[in-house]
Design a protein around this ligand. Structure first.
Ligand code: NAD
Length: 256
């Protein structure tokens, strides 16, 4: 399938690790010039390796919760590329894991919302004039299946991801010239999921959990980010092997 994004310009937040990193590579492989925004300076090494392989990738140390940093970094991208076509919001944190709501610190709750919700809002706000000037302007926000089913001990995360889904719809409705969709993945093998599920050393091999690779999810992101998916807009794609749709009865073992 021709994604028709060769020569376009994209910003990917959270590009230094996991899903964001896979999206940066997948976009660069399609001939897109990619600016990675991440608060982790190790993004520079990710960009350098792709540049060595002939790709157009720049790395920007940006905390997406800080409006001045977001505004300045977007301005840098525009100064360099004269436009912006695609924004991928991957940066996110899980916050407290295995902590009941009543034991969750308000500061932790706020920290999760600051990155997962405010960060995506600030990015969309500052990217918007440039995306509106592009004939294919589009945003993909990586939410989570936690937006659809509550994860025990992760109230801040689950609630924030519900907000990300609604943020995507709200941006799309307010700015009809830009296509905006959210993606709700199940478990993706990344440093975040390994840490959250106690698999940092082991990985997911033999866990019995339904896990996808970040490179696989990146293909879903690219589909939503490309004209190949027009006119899909203001909606949510769930990428979870069907688990969020399964009834409480589970498999009933009918004889066929
Ligand atoms: P990850 O921890 O591997 O990568 C997240 C990246 O975001 C990191 O590089 C981190 O430095 C960056 N980041 C965090 N806060 C930031 C900030 N304030 N400013 C700029 N950058 C910041 O995690 P991942 O698993 O790749 O997750 C990517 C996104 O996918 C997240 O939004 C996560 O909630 C979502 N998600 C992940 C899974 C999964 O199983 N891994 C499942 C569903 C949704």
């Amino acid at each position: 399938m021709d994604l028709d994004i060769d020569g376009r310009v994209a910003v990917v937040t959270g590009g230094a690790s996991g899903i964001g990193r896979a999206c940066v590579k997948a976009l660069a492989d399609e001939g897109v010039s990619v600016a990675m925004f991440d608060r982790d300076p190790r993004g520079a090494a990710v960009a350098a390796e792709l540049v060595r392989n002939g790709k157009s990738v720049t790395s920007h140390v940006v905390d997406i919760t800080d409006e001045e940093q977001v505004s300045a970094a977007v301005a840098d991208v525009i100064a360099q590329h004269r436009g912006l076509d695609i924004l991928i919001g991957c940066a996110g944190i899980s916050g407290p894991v295995g902590v009941k709501l009543a034991d969750t610190d308000a500061a932790d709750f706020d920290r999760v919302f600051a990155v997962n919700v405010r960060g995506n809002y600030l990015m969309a706000k500052h990217a918007m004039p440039h995306l509106e000037s592009s004939e294919i302007g589009t945003i993909v926000l990586v939410a989570s299946d936690a937006a659809l089913v509550a994860f025990e001990g992760m109230a801040a995360y689950s609630t924030s991801k519900g907000a990300v889904v609604m943020l995507a719809k709200s941006i799309a409705i307010d700015h009809p010239g830009v296509r905006v969709n959210a993606l709700c993945p199940g478990i993706v093998d990344t440093p975040m999921s390994r840490a959250d599920l106690g698999r940092t050393e082991l990985g997911f091999g033999g866990s019995g959990l339904p896990v996808m690779k970040a490179s696989q999810l990146a293909r879903h992101v690219l589909f939503l980010a490309s004209p190949a998916s027009a006119p899909i807009n203001a909606t949510t794609l769930v990428s979870d092997f069907g688990y969020a749709s399964r009834s409480a009865l589970g498999e009933l073992g009918f004889q066929h």
